[in-house]
Design a protein around this ligand. Structure first.
Ligand code: MN
Length: 386
């Protein structure tokens, strides 16, 4: 049995992970569940999966959860700090970090220090503090198993290739709902349009990031740390069908790709049960439904966020942390109709110019940078209201 902690069990990845667990009761046992504020779903999940501990981050909902689970022998904790406590919970083998945003940093550190393997869905953790996290994981001999579909693809391509050098990797991007659109068009788009992703069903934040190509930018940074690459070794290619999930090119020019119907349950299942594959009944790929695959250059002039992410990675230090924090603020503002689609990049760029650069940040520097970048981004959003 693999004993699993799910941080962020009521989100898109969390609920899909529970579907995987439900399909394989002899393979997986959930021991910890946590939710930000969706107490109703958390209660329902706790009743079904009977974890030993649940955490509700929103402390106002503690009594509701506690009362609903009374008599079930489930410990109920509340508050964000409890996430770090349960991340190191003894009776757990893998911690699935399916939280949204840089809030995942501290619990991920706690889990690594406790020797847990990490099934990483919270890419922001590696974006903010990739160097620190990968060094810590190596020191504690824990594995970071990517859940992000592109990184899972690269990871799967590298199985058996540990002794071979990577020449470069290609991360595929669907292009999102605004593929081929101009800046004129983008200047007027609203959240309802941005939330319509053509291929993937995901949470609101990552769906907006996909529309702006920031998601791909964050994934470039994530890939650098997961696979120990130089920025020049990472390329992005738009592949609107989302069937080729990413590719590795080795030093002899040979390329390996991992393919499949877009379904997050597959990379989730692979990470949770690594290194073994599990039989399932997910939809299979049919060549006849896809007579053509296409590949296009990513348009970084229209979608400036991807360019900003590359710039932040080249600069290094706390720059990706600045980018990420500002992005979390502007995405939220865009979802609340407080800022336009193109203004998101403007705010992020200004934060990257104005926040103090730190070349070799420690944990506290990252936390401070995150805070400052959020404050500045918030001020810039307020000023930008027309
Ligand atoms: Mn992805």
């Amino acid at each position: 049995m693999k004993r699993i902690t799910i941080l962020g069990s009521t989100g898109s990845v969390g609920t899909q992970a529970l579907e995987v667990v439900r399909d394989h009761p002899a393979v997986f046992k959930v021991t910890v569940l946590s939710a930000l504020k969706n107490s109703e779903l958390l209660i329902q999940q706790a009743r079904e999966f009977k974890p030993a501990v649940v955490v509700i981050c929103d402390e106002h909902k503690y009594a509701e959860v506690k009362n609903a689970l009374a008599g079930l022998d489930i410990k109920v904790l509340a508050g964000e700090a409890a996430l770090s406590e349960v991340a190191s919970y003894a009776d757990s083998d893998v911690v699935l970090t399916a939280l949204m945003g840089s809030v995942g940093l501290k619990p991920t550190i706690a889990a690594i220090k406790a020797g847990k393997n990490i099934a990483l869905a919270n890419k922001e953790t590696l974006v903010v503090a990739g160097e620190l996290i990968t060094e810590l994981a190596a020191a504690h001999q824990v594995k970071i198993l990517p859940v992000d579909s592109e990184h899972s693809a690269i990871f799967q391509c590298l199985v058996g290739e540990e002794h071979n050098e990577i020449e470069k990797i290609y991360l595929t991007a669907s292009g999102g709902p605004f593929l081929g659109k101009t800046r004129d068009f983008l200047s007027t788009v609203k959240k309802e349009q941005a939330l319509k992703h053509p291929n993937w069903v995901m949470g609101a934040k990552i769906t907006i990031d996909s529309a702006s190509l920031m998601n791909k930018g964050l994934e470039v940074i994530e890939a650098k740390w997961l696979f120990n690459l130089e920025v020049e070794q990472i390329d992005v290619i738009v592949h609107p069908q989302s069937i080729v999930h990413s590719l590795v090119q080795f030093t002899d020019g040979s390329m390996k790709a991992q393919m499949g119907v877009p379904d997050m349950k597959l990379p989730i299942q692979y990470a949770l049960n690594y290194p073994d594959r599990l039989k399932n009944n997910f939809k299979r790929f049919n060549f006849l439904e896809y007579p053509n695959f296409s590949f296009l250059k990513a348009d970084m002039e229209t979608f400036r966020n991807l360019d900003l992410a590359f710039t932040s990675l080249k600069k290094g230090g706390n720059m990706p942390c600045i980018l990420n924090a500002a992005n979390e603020v502007v995405v939220e503002a865009f979802l609340n109709d407080k800022i336009g689609f193109l203004q998101m990049s403007e705010v992020i760029e200004q934060c990257m110019e104005e926040i103090a650069f730190i070349e070799k940040p420690q944990l506290n520097d990252y936390l401070e940078t995150d805070k400052h970048s959020r404050i500045l981004a918030g001020e810039l959003v307020t000023k930008s209201i027309v």
